[in-house]
Design a protein around this ligand. Sequence first.
Ligand code: ZN
Length: 60
Amino acid sequence: MDLKCKICGDNNKKGIELLGAHICRECEKNIMKAKINDIRYNYYKLVIKKVWLDYILTSF
Ligand SMILES: [Zn+2]
């Protein structure tokens, strides 16, 4: 399993698996805390969308 965080790119951090992608605890917390008007919110949204698309594409 690839332990590189999909969001910050750090290796070997403990975290969660989201649709086959690794997301570290710090980024998970940041996602939860991000406000809609936060610039990072849009970035997280894009990354999660990409993770989701990759997941769908590899499922077929
Ligand atoms: Zn991270």
